[in-house]
Design a protein around this ligand. Sequence first.
Ligand code: NAP
Length: 305
Amino acid sequence: MKRIYDMVILGGGPGGYTAALYAARAGLDVLVLEKLSAGGQMALTSQVDNYPGFPEGVDGFELGMRFQEQAQRFGAVTEYAEVRSMELGAEPKVLHTSGGDFYARTVVLAMGAGARKLGLPDEDRLTGRGVNYCAHCDGMFYRGKTVALVGGGNSAAAEALYLSRIAKKVILIHRRDTLRATKLYHEQLMQLPNLEFRWNSAVTELAGHDRLSGVKVKNLISGAEEELPVDGLFVSIGRQPATELVTGQLELDNGYIRADESTKTSIPGVYAVGDIRTKALRQILTAAADGANAAHEAELYLTAG
Ligand code: NAP
């Protein structure tokens, strides 16, 4: 006989495990499906300073483990499996995964967001071979080397600061003539002796066979192109919601799952929490708040059904 969970949660970041905590505490039978390890994007952050309750800050990976342990204390179970497809409109809902099929009365989508890519032809081939999306994860491989960094937001600014402490030279390439990042960052970046800027510029080509050896940069105003020999490229141009699995099943808005603070999606019994849904502020705290709301809404749905 197939087991039907009250709630299956996709993704073990702060949104997913808060939904698990609240649902398990409410007596629901809860399963979290996680691909690799708890924490989601926050696990890649060495110092989280804006999650309340940690006056000295906390390591993101450790915080992720704590979220998981707390939910498990109330009976939530974690399975490590990759979800390949879902039947969200079915009754019960079906999740086809690398670890077999799972059945659920309610589903919480907490898959978060991944790095946005430049979309260049050799980008995937050279990823991990000189092309990187997380300075705090991979920056240490470029000690004493020259790296380029694309982006102009707060993430790119923070990564430029971080990389400037490791690399010999950092070249920041941005498509406009000013950064989107807050003024505080501008002032700090302008003072770095090993940071060069390429304003109004875009990377148009990646060079290298087995590894990245350089990038071609085009000035978007003059049209002039230059080849920059670099050891590494960091891409920091925002995030892309992980909605491939739900495209065609749920209403999306600009790529994000359309859901308000209730986290209810266009399919009854399906909730979207954290960075994957339409919202103004994507933070650990707001993802956790979504998780609590999703568990509450799921409880109401299950009681009514
Ligand atoms: P973001 O603020 O959306 O910035 C993305 C940057 O990438 C922008 O400068 C954008 O250029 C550029 N960009 C986008 N697509 C591009 C493309 N295809 N090619 C080249 N450049 C492209 O994203 P984020 O920096 O990842 O930050 C995400 C959120 O987290 C923001 O709300 C940010 O404030 C917040 N955050 C805060 C901190 C902090 O210290 N407080 C740190 C990190 C992140 P344009 O400027 O031309 O649009």
